[in-house]
Design a protein around this ligand. Structure first.
Ligand SMILES: [Zn+2]
Ligand SMILES: [Zn+2]
Ligand SMILES: [Zn+2]
Ligand SMILES: [Zn+2]
Length: 137
């Protein structure tokens, strides 16, 4: 035997929720007056806050660093990996600088890293000669 709930429900045509039939009229009056279905996430949002809901949930946001506008969902990734103005640390001198300047900083900037690179080669050549010396003596 089917279980029949003693509180029959009907679906509110405005919010698509199951509402006890006895309350449906009141609910519908209230619901249609106060709630609005968000066109994007289909959540029911109080009419008063529909704009706020859109702005805080769906509106594109501008990256505070490069001011590029993008979908909210990709902002975190953008800020962490793609933003040309995100601050990265130079792996050679540990100087923090915007990612967009890193290439220039490391390859044609001050020449400082070239110096480090040359110093590294000189060091390893020195070691090599020392080892050769050791082997020959
Ligand atoms: Zn409703
Ligand atoms: Zn929404
Ligand atoms: Zn950015
Ligand atoms: Zn550097």
């Amino acid at each position: 035997m089917a279980v029949v709930s003693d509180q029959a429900t009907s679906i509110c045509s405005h919010c698509d929720r199951a509402i006890p039939s006895t309350n449906l009229d009141l609910h519908f009056a209230h619901c249609s007056r106060n709630l609005e279905k968000c066109k994007i996430c289909e959540d029911m949002v109080p009419r008063k806050f529909a704009e706020e809901h859109f702005l805080s949930t769906h509106a594109p946001v501008a990256c505070s660093l490069c001011s590029e506008t993008m979908e909210r969902e990709i902002l975190a990734v953008h800020r962490g990996e793609n933003c040309p103005k995100r601050i990265v640390t130079c792996e050679y001198c540990e100087f923090p600088l915007p990612a967009i300047d890193l290439f220039e900083h490391q390859y044609v900037g001050t020449g400082q890293n070239y110096v480090i690179f040359v110093a590294d080669i000189l060091d390893s050549e020195k070691e090599m000669f020392m080892r050769v010396d050791a082997m020959e003596s």
